[in-house]
Design a protein around this ligand. Structure first.
Ligand SMILES: C[S@@+](CC[C@H](N)C(=O)[O-])C[C@H]1O[C@@H](n2cnc3c(N)ncnc32)[C@H](O)[C@@H]1O
Length: 358
């Protein structure tokens, strides 16, 4: 559901919701979770170690304890489990690249008015920089490394032998599909700097030997080869309707008969396309960071897929809490059937929770 602002109090509460995010971002900028590590600290000891004021740190830490990120007992503070792992640069589970990406957005969102006035992203003159692409690709891995296996566990790929992860970035989803489907081979398609990260990640997985790499501009180039499944995750929102329609036409040409295109994205729903809040707000990120991106409804995406020649289009619903986006997967098929990949309507519908479009 999207939040409704009706009263002045609702408005004040919605605006002042910036306070906790700002506390969290300041804490990450200070590397407080790394400084605390696995020790127990008094405020005065921690303030000395971090070279910050006791007064400032005491108020910051009390608020982090209020939010559950630190544990407080009397005058002593220690890390929560999340603080000690994903937020702690000394821990192998640290998700620094994603944390740096989302905390850097604070300053970018502060410039929203510029993009509203011009209709252009903040850095619209900068070409795709390989160093930025590398950091962004690691951030995407840190973002989805828990979600991807949950998604892969819910999508029935039995019978599929080849999968293309189109705009797959770090290949986190491709790796999750490979781990779940031992007879599958996958190809991750992206820019060279992103593929270098995918290769590093795949080298740490047993299933990584079944992953190959395709450097390609997915927006303009023909997709070589044919596949049983094309996974197009979190790319739709980067591009305009026209650009996505052109990708769909080239994706259809790269599918085997009866093959599937699976699109995962922040789809809007509701008669006026105002829900969910997360998908609606994500369009603002696309205004800030892309030339022509936006968020779209499943119904309009279905119309583009139909125009491109896809058939049997439906929303595939993931279990609550085990999805990337709410109602975030659309499935579309190329015509015909693949002898190696019989369409098993009943079991597929059961396992994927397929339902009609809103
Ligand atoms: C938001 S990331 C999504 C990564 C991954 N699919 C996921 O769901 O986590 C979008 C990816 O699409 C890739 N991409 C966008 N436009 C592209 C283009 N024209 N050619 C190749 N890759 C592109 C980006 O490099 C990036 O890795």
């Amino acid at each position: 559901m999207s939040r409704r602002i009706v009263t002045f109090d609702d408005l004040r509460n919605a605006i002042t919701a910036y306070r906790l995010p700002r506390v969290l971002i300041a804490s990450l900028e200070l590397n407080i979770f790394t400084a605390i590590g696995t020790d127990i600290w008094t405020i005065s000891g921690l303030a000395r170690a971090m070279k910050v004021s006791e007064r400032g740190l005491a108020i910051l830490c009390r608020n982090l304890a209020m939010a559950g990120l630190l544990k407080k007992k009397g005058e002593a503070y220690r890390n929560s489990r999340l603080g000690a792992t994903a937020l702690n640069a000394q821990h192998p589970a640290y998700r620094g690249d994603y944390l740096r990406l989302i905390t850097s957005h604070w300053a970018d969102w502060g410039r929203l008015l510029e993009s509203v006035k011009t209709g252009l992203p903040l850095d619209h003159d900068e070409p795709d920089d390989p160093d930025y692409r590398r950091r962004f690709t690691w951030a995407m891995h840190h973002r989805t490394l828990e979600t991807a296996p949950k998604i892969a566990a819910q999508i029935n790929l039995r019978g599929a032998r080849t999968l293309l992860d189109l705009g797959g970035g770090p290949g986190t989803y491709a790796m999750a599909f490979l781990a779940k489907n031992p007879r599958l081979r996958a190809t991750v398609c992206d820019r060279p700097a992103a593929l270098a990260v995918a290769e590093e990640i795949a080298a740490t997985h047993k299933a990584g030997s079944r992953l190959s790499y395709l450097p390609l501009d997915l927006l303009t180039e023909v997709i070589p080869g044919t596949y049983d499944v094309i996974w197009y995750s979190n790319v739709l929102h980067i591009y305009s309707p026209k650009e996505n329609q052109s990708v769909f036409r080239r994706a259809l040409a790269a599918l085997n008969p009866g093959g599937r295109l699976l699109i995962q994205d922040a789809f809007l729903y509701g008669r006026e396309g105002l829900c969910p809040e997360e998908a609606s707000l994500f369009a603002v990120s696309m205004l800030l960071f892309t030339e022509r991106g936006n968020t779209y409804s499943a119904a309009e995406t279905k119309a583009w897929l139909t125009d491109a020649g896809f058939e049997r289009i439906k929303v595939v619903r993931m279990k609550k809490g085990m999805e990337d986006w709410e109602d975030g997967i659309l499935e579309a098929r190329s015509s015909g059937t693949n002898a190696k990949m019989p369409v098993r309507r009943i079991s597929a519908a059961k396992s994927s929770g397929a339902r009609s479009l809103r």
